[in-house]
Design a protein. Structure first.
Length: 626
């Protein structure tokens, strides 16, 4: 057996590419509801009146003819009786002719006396000798059979339509008396009656047309309103309502339609509110959200998802999720959820930026559809913070362990008998005091850093000349710089505006930066401090000719406890630059570094001159928006 054709055709059949023929429709005016309602009433009324006209016309003519026939029969019987009396009394042919002429003058009818064999004996209007035999006349034949007979036809003698009535003459051995009258008067009377009937019929038809049109209009008007409102509802206009007409049935339909429209309007308003709220939630989510159908084709995605996947919703709609995401691991998570697995999730490394994205998926079952929901959460920052936290713990442990280990070793040495030697004991005690001071400095820096980050160390603001603050701090460091055989230059631009700062904290920043430069600049090098004004800010730069910093370490230089490899064994706590950065940001400023290995380093921080701008930028730093 051959497999069935996919088109559904059986072998040998030919399917037309044209498709089904459209329905044949009449003219447009025939499809108007008012016309379709009025036309049957008008057609029925017209048909009934035409039939009635034909029946009445025919009945009128028959009535007139029947009345005339009855009168003629009575007259014919009287005339026949008179002729029979003359014949019984033995009257001559002359007397009979005189009687016949006298009777024809008294009557408007034409009189004809026919003999037993059909020959015409006498006629009031024609010569009997010239007339043909009348035995074959229908009225004569009927009179011979049933005493009287009648017929209406055109006369061959006078060439006029006549009504003939024939009766047997009593005691005449088969003589027949025939009366004939023209039907012109009857036809004129019937025509007049017919014209009156036609006028009445025309009037009734016109009245029925008007009445049908008015009634059809009253029926069609609310239906047209229903049609107009339905079109308005289809286009989103719910303001119109169908007016009531007073008809119970139509008003019931209109009221039901108005109620339906109001309910639909409320439903659409609620749906619109729900849609707006859902849209607000979708767009307000920091996580990326992608909605797909049960086949994995993308239906919706919010802005966060567009940003993470590097695409836009319009180009993504209708495409498979694997094409939009360009990552088979993400697609596998969605596929697992669509196959029935409950809440699958996976962290994937995505894109050229190597973002860590937590991908989770689930299905949403509806009454008529089944959807897939993919949530994308960028956990790169969380991972970075976790790394920073681990390094912070490791750094704190390292910084605490070194002095504690030294103190323990020194104490154990003293306990081993060195304490008996005064000079050695004094040396070891001095070492212990140094390590304790180092621990104290570390704890102080930790507390200071914690207070700065938590905002619990408010600035003591005062309006000062930043150049003077820099000069004062430089004077405190000059002795130390001279001791390590470094040259020291301070360049302060003239006429600097005064700004509102915490002078003690700013001096702390300067000391931290200069101490950093001293540690990494070999003897014979140079440290230069420059202060100048630029675009609404005052900039301070500390430049050295030291060993420099590798490019890969610049981004981490201001992290807590971070030390470059060359400085790992230095005596610093690793918090100086982090504290300096926090103090500068609390003032609404920014701090940067530029360096190259073997070419020295340059630390630059800027402070806004206007305090309003400084507060605004400080708030942005506190909120993490800068």
């Amino acid at each position: 057996m051959n497999p069935p054709d996919r088109s559904g055709e059986t072998p040998g059949e030919t399917t037309s590419s044209v498709g089904p023929k459209p329905l044949v429709r009449g003219p447009d005016w025939l499809r108007i509801l008012r016309v379709r309602l009025a036309l049957p009433f008008i057609a029925l009324t017209t048909l009934v009146l035409i039939v009635l006209y034909l029946v009445i016309s025919e009945s009128t003519e028959r009535i007139y003819i029947d009345r005339l026939r009855d009168e003629l029969v009575d007259q014919a019987n009287l005339v026949a009786f008179s002729i029979a009396r003359v014949s019984e009394d033995g009257g001559s042919t002359t007397e009979l002719s005189e009687l016949f002429d006298h009777l024809s003058q008294l009557s408007d009818a034409r009189l004809t006396l026919i003999g037993p064999h059909g020959d015409v004996i006498a006629d009031s209007q024609a010569d009997p000798s010239l007339m043909e035999n009348h035995n074959s006349r229908p009225e004569v034949m009927e009179a011979r059979r049933s005493v009287s007979g009648d017929a209406a036809r055109a006369s061959s003698t006078v060439e006029e339509r006549l009504l003939y009535v024939a009766v047997l003459v009593p005691e005449s051995n088969g003589q027949v008396l025939r009366l004939a009258v023209p039907l012109g008067d009857v036809e004129a009377t019937v025509s007049a009656a017919q014209r009156s009937i036609v006028a009445a019929v025309a009037f009734v038809i016109a009245a029925s047309i008007i009445a049908s049109w008015v009634i059809a209009g009253r029926l069609a008007r609310p239906l047209q309103q229903l049609h107009d409102q339905a079109k308005g509802v289809a286009t989103g206009d719910f303001s119109s309502r169908v007016a009531l007409t007073g008809s119970v049935e139509i008003d019931a339909v209109a009221d039901a339609f108005n109620t339906m429209t109001a309910g639909l309007e409320r439903s659409l308003q609620e749906q619109e509110k729900t849609s707006v709220r859902l849209e607000a939630v979708m767009e307000g989510l920091a996580d990326g959200v992608v909605l797909t159908d049960e086949n994995g084709l993308v239906l919706r995605m919010n802005r966060s998802a567009q940003a993470l996947l590097g695409t836009d919703e319009r180009s993504a709609q209708g495409r498979p999720f694997v094409q939009v995401a360009r990552d088979h691991e993400m697609a596998q998570v969605l596929g697992s959820a669509l196959r029935g697995k409950k809440n699958p999730s996976l962290t994937v490394v995505y894109g050229m930026d190597r973002l860590a994205i937590l991908v989770s998926a689930r299905t949403v079952e509806g009454a008529h559809e089944r959807l897939g929901l993919v949530v994308l959460r960028d956990v790169s920052e969380l991972r970075r913070l976790e790394t920073v936290r681990r390094e912070f713990v490791a750094n704190v442990s390292h910084e605490l362990r070194t002095p504690l280990t030294s103190i323990r070793a020194l104490v154990e040495t003293l306990g081993a008998g060195v304490v008996e030697e005064e000079e050695m004991a004094r040396y070891f005690l001095g070492r212990i005091v140094g390590e304790v001071n180092r621990l104290n400095a570390l704890v102080e820096d930790l507390l200071d850093f914690a207070r700065l980050e938590a905002g619990r160390s408010p600035l003591q603001l005062e309006t000062v000349d930043l150049g003077e603050v820099v000069r004062a701090g430089a004077d405190r460091l000059r002795t130390q710089i001279d001791r390590v055989e470094l040259s020291f230059v301070v360049n302060v631009e003239d006429d600097l505006p005064q700004i509102e700062i915490d002078a003690r904290r700013m001096e702390q920043v300067l000391l931290n930066l200069v101490h950093n430069a001293i540690k990494f600049t070999p003897a014979g090098g140079e440290i230069v401090i420059s202060v100048w004004r630029k675009k609404g800010e005052i900039a301070v730069e500390v430049r050295d000719t030291g060993i420099g910093i590798a490019p890969e370490e610049l981004d981490r230089l201001f992290e807590r406890f971070y030390k470059s490899d060359k400085a790992r064994h230095s005596k610093g706590t690793g918090l100086g630059l982090a504290i300096a950065k926090n103090i500068v940001q609390l003032h609404g400023g920014e701090i940067t570094v530029s360096s190259a290995p073997g070419e020295g380093s340059a630390f630059t921080f800027t402070l806004p001159i206007r305090r309003k701008k400084a507060r605004k930028r400080a708030r942005r730093h506190a909120l993490g928006l800068a």
